[in-house]
Ligand binder design. Structure first.
Ligand SMILES: *[C@@H]1O[C@H](CO)[C@@H](O)[C@H](O)[C@H]1NC(C)=O
Ligand SMILES: *[C@@H]1O[C@H](CO)[C@@H](O)[C@H](O)[C@H]1NC(C)=O
Ligand SMILES: *[C@@H]1O[C@H](CO)[C@@H](O)[C@H](O)[C@H]1NC(C)=O
Ligand SMILES: *[C@@H]1O[C@H](CO)[C@@H](O)[C@H](O)[C@H]1NC(C)=O
Length: 350
């Protein structure tokens, strides 16, 4: 029992001191200014030292109000929340204040109706890993508004603004970007090519803009999810529309786009790929197009389409039972019959 306590104590001490040394090591490398006289970085594993100077990592609160900077000593994370900013000009002034450390983890800007434009250079070399700019009234994101984050941003979340203008061509500068979400905005056009070559990108969401998606998606070797729901995709999805070379591609959402047909080879063939084509104007599930995905254990969701359900879909009722991979038992033919309830023998003469 005694030795167990000693072992536990040892684990706690090692863990705590590990954290402290981690902390001490990390500040100089993670931030661009290391001013020992300003920030009394933790020197030992004594618990009380953890408060030493930690508040000085943030700029003076009065200089950045109404933005609020918070520093989490334990994880060595500095965040800033500027949700209450009153104007473009005010935000610009705030980032001209003295920032002892310039690299934040997260920038939060939520529920703000005061700003329409995120202006070029507004962040004045202050950078963020997570850019969380949701639920505001922003209309324009100017070129180089986020330039300070090219080398650090992993997440850019711009959901639910009123964005009509975004500098898509600038995306190629974000060398660590994992997740990009500009869903629920008012873009009229989204250039697919702007994403090409984003080798780190894992999630791309451009849902519900009603936008023309111009071009094709190529060379996104780590992409897992692509959300194109409720836009204005081409009525015929061409071959190589999503030809990105990602072995991890798992989910393509294209529902609600007015799609009439999908050409063979429209998407990469990846095992287990889930393709959502609900709520379009597709009248037939062409074998040449869809068999390769279903044979690779993929799934298609096809409800809310005017499927004719003639000999064109007989292949789904063959011995390989591919119908099982047409998800949603509520999928109906144009006449209202459930696809999964059709009697397979009606296809015998096909
Ligand atoms: C470090 O901070 C102190 C106190 O704010 C200041 O007087 C000093 O000039 C700073 N040193 C550097 C190298 O920035
Ligand atoms: C950000 O600040 C606003 C008010 O300024 C507050 O309502 C909100 O809860 C804060 N959000 C976070 C994530 O801290
Ligand atoms: C934004 O405001 C709405 C309603 O005022 C509130 O329900 C929501 O929690 C707020 N969201 C954030 C992220 O602050
Ligand atoms: C931002 O940083 C770059 C490189 O470190 C420097 O050349 C530039 O002058 C800085 N800009 C501002 C506005 O501080």
């Amino acid at each position: 029992m005694k030795s167990l306590i000693i072992i536990l104590l040892y684990i706690v001490i090692v863990d705590v001191s590990g954290k402290l040394y981690y902390h001490q090591d990390r500040i100089p490398s993670d931030v661009d200014v290391y001013n020992q006289s300003k920030v009394h970085v933790i020197q030992d594993s004594r618990h009380q030292t953890k408060y030493n100077g930690y508040e000085h990592l943030c700029p003076d609160a009065a200089n950045i109000a109404p933005c609020v900077c918070t520093y989490d000593w334990w994880d060595n994370i500095m965040d800033i929340n500027c949700s209450a900013v009153e104007s473009e000009e005010q935000l610009k002034q705030i980032f001209k204040a003295d920032f002892p450390f310039k690299n934040f983890k997260k920038f939060t800007f939520h529920n703000n109706t005061n700003m329409k434009v995120l202006e070029a250079g507004v962040f004045n070399n202050i950078s963020f890993e997570i850019i969380d700019i949701k639920l505001n009234s922003l209309e324009v994101i100017e070129l180089e508004a986020l330039d300070s984050c090219y080398e650090r941003a992993t997440n850019i979340d711009l959901r639910r603004n009123r964005i009509t203008s975004f500098p898509f061509d600038e995306l190629s500068h974000f060398s660590k970007l994992l997740n990009f979400d500009i869903s629920n905005n008012l873009l009229s056009s989204i250039p697919a090519d702007a994403f090409n070559g984003l080798t780190t990108l894992e999630t791309l969401q451009v849902i519900a803009n009603g936008a023309n998606i111009v071009g094709t998606f190529q060379d996104l070797p780590n992409l897992v999810t692509i959300g194109l729901t409720y836009n204005d995709l081409p009525t015929t999805i061409p071959a190589n529309f999503i030809n990105i070379g990602s072995p991890d591609l798992w989910y393509i959402a294209m529902n609600g786009n007015g799609i009439v047909s999908v050409e063979p080879g429209a998407f990469d063939i990846v095992d287990g790929l889930f393709i959502d084509i609900r709520d379009n104007s597709i009248s037939t599930l062409d074998e040449a197009t869809w068999r390769p995905y279903l044979e690779a254990e993929g799934w298609i969701q096809a409800s809310l389409n005017p499927l004719i359900c003639g000999c064109d879909i007989a292949w789904l009722f063959g011995e390989d039972q591919l119908l099982e991979h047409v998800g949603e038992y509520t999928t109906t033919c144009a006449d209202g019959q459930y696809l999964h309830d059709l009697d397979p023998t009606i296809f015998d003469q096909c």
